[in-house]
Design a protein around this ligand. Sequence first.
Ligand SMILES: C[C@@H](O)[C@H](N)C(=O)O
Ligand SMILES: C[C@@H](O)[C@H](N)C(=O)O
Lengths: 162, 162
Amino acid sequence: SSPAVRGVALDCGQAQASVHGVPDWPGAAAAVCRALSDDNISLDTIVQSECTRQTPLGAARDLAFTLPRQALEQARQALAPLLQQWPGAELIPGGPIARVSAVGAGMPCTAGTAGRMFRALADAGINIAMIATSEIRISCVVAQEDGEAALRAVHHSFNLAG
Amino acid sequence: SSPAVRGVALDCGQAQASVHGVPDWPGAAAAVCRALSDDNISLDTIVQSECTRQTPLGAARDLAFTLPRQALEQARQALAPLLQQWPGAELIPGGPIARVSAVGAGMPCTAGTAGRMFRALADAGINIAMIATSEIRISCVVAQEDGEAALRAVHHSFNLAG
Ligand SMILES: C[C@@H](O)[C@H](N)C(=O)O
Ligand SMILES: C[C@@H](O)[C@H](N)C(=O)O
């Protein structure tokens, strides 16, 4: 049977940021992405969980993403006019991060494969900040200084040359 | 040039749930996934944002996921022993949801493609609950009753037959 994970990729050139206080109504996430793409800023990973905050506008969510480190200041400026329209909204920049992704042809038992990847990182003492998965890709964001160790740990866990 | 999005998929058989209060130390996410996979529960989408809560154990995060609707009660039981070890941790089940995913060969300008997908949903009046993206897949979780309309809206936005 084909291996659950056939490759692992490491990207150390990104930073993480989050917009807190995105109003939980249709169009808000679109507006954030449009403000960035209009300024030619491409996002890599976009994650929105179900956790909500209360702002003067009502229920709001955090929209977290990763992007090229050098684009972070440009992103702040591109988002400023939009965030001014949303009381309580702000861009919270995060530090430099590393994103390690396990890619598989099909990972139908994501909990098993994801658990194995998370366990590999944990055994290397690496804390996981953001997580985004699909059937064919599990991405974990870790601190930048953990990037190389994270790649080795996941390679080793899935018996891949690395 | 190849289209950014070449297919859209709809999955209406899932439910969404979130573990609140996952301690933000290495091994916690792995323990959650292992408890579920040990009980043969496969997760589909796993999302962890950077938003942290404070629990008696210190900083903690929410780990949100989607899974087959019929597995939700089994997941609660599988997680119970683990969550008992973490003061302040609990499983928050969500309602039935629909997951609509746009798949592309490569979506290097994710902000543009994601923004277009989010805009399509917004124009159909559909609120987005969870988001998880990778270079080749954008997944949005919406209310179950919005599933069919979401599929049509995204198909239409990317000029795909549907
Ligand atoms: C929070 C944001 O995702 C909002 N729910 C939207 O649909 O745009
Ligand atoms: C919160 C959880 O993801 C934790 N940071 C871990 O690495 O397992």
